[in-house]
Design a protein around this ligand. Structure first.
Ligand SMILES: C[S@@+](CC[C@H](N)C(=O)[O-])C[C@H]1O[C@@H](n2cnc3c(N)ncnc32)[C@H](O)[C@@H]1O
Length: 267
């Protein structure tokens, strides 16, 4: 009998689906893909605003730890407990538990008391594209406006390339050693639902330790967003756009830029 669990052809109905299962593999994969290329940008922005930073979808803390070092106070929110557990370990190891707070919650309904304020809300690494509808995007931006002090900043980093992924089926996209004398292989499929502007990544991580082989399968869905679309939404939510950037060093944006960052201010 196969140890490969069945995977559904359905499109995940929520953008937070799949992340619990992804948690053990997230850092392994992202060390080989995005790496640290956006870290300095967010740490510098946090240092410049000089107040409490809220990260939406903080995950395993790839950005949270360096940002928390640069900010007087850091709050991270994420819906996935397994992702947050990894960040808790990192936070204690880094000796940052005194100025970091981690919350399990949904970014569409920020769980803060009325009157709680921060100076920077970060939505990095395509975070807003885990929201699969316009209503979810509007609710999240309204929540960000509510918790930002007047003049506070919102930074949004969009993944520009989602619609240009070609569809493919079960390609080995990564392979290599992992901790604990394991070897991991990522077998990935890509599906496009053009009508709903969704890109779905079906991932299977095959873990080998000695002769033991285990397979972990899940799907992640992301929504295509454009810069004009997000700018319009930001303005509706009460933000004024300060800058649109095309790289992490501050170059101006163009539609073919590899990086799409919007920095807005609560009006
Ligand atoms: C691309 S990861 C980003 C993690 C981290 N910010 C980074 O840059 O490495 C997206 C994270 O958002 C979380 N997430 C997705 N939808 C969410 C939602 N509606 N509310 C809260 N967290 C959510 C996932 O659990 C995941 O940890």
């Amino acid at each position: 009998m196969s140890d490969t669990p069945a995977v559904s052809d359905a499109i995940p109905s929520e953008g937070w689906h799949g992340w619990d299962a992804y948690a053990p593999f997230y850092d392994w994969e992202n060390r080989r893909t995005v790496g640290r290329r956006d870290v300095r940008f967010w740490a510098d922005l946090a240092g410049r605003v000089g107040g409490t930073v809220l990260e939406l979808g903080c995950g395993t803390g790839r950005l949270s730890i360096p940002v928390a070092r640069a900010a007087p106070r850091f709050v991270g929110i994420d819906r996935s407990e397994p992702m947050l557990n990894r960040l808790r370990v990192r936070m204690r190891r880094a000796g940052l538990a005194g100025r970091m707070s981690l919350l399990r919650g949904d970014i569409r309904e920020l769980p803060f008391l009325r009157g709680w304020r921060c100076r920077l809300v970060m939505a990095p690494y395509g975070m807003l594209q885990s929201l699969l509808s316009d209503d979810d995007l509007a609710a999240t931006l309204a929540g960000a406006a509510r918790v930002l002090a007047p003049g506070g900043m919102l930074g949004v980093d969009l993944a520009p390339d989602l619609p240009s992924w070609e569809e493919y089926h079960r390609r080995v996209s990564l392979h290599g050693p992992a901790s604990g004398r394991r070897r991991l292989t990522l077998i990935e499929s890509v599906r496009q639902d053009r009508r709903r502007s969704l890109t779905v990544f079906d991932q299977e991580f095959v873990e080998r330790r000695g002769r033991r082989r285990t397979s972990h399968r899940f799907s992640l869905a992301f929504r295509t967003l454009t810069v004009p679309q997000v700018v319009a939404r930001l303005e509706q939510a009460g933000f004024r756009v300060d800058a649109v950037l095309g790289d992490y060093r501050g170059a101006a944006w163009s539609p073919d830029a590899e990086v799409w960052i919007i920095v807005a201010r609560r009006a």
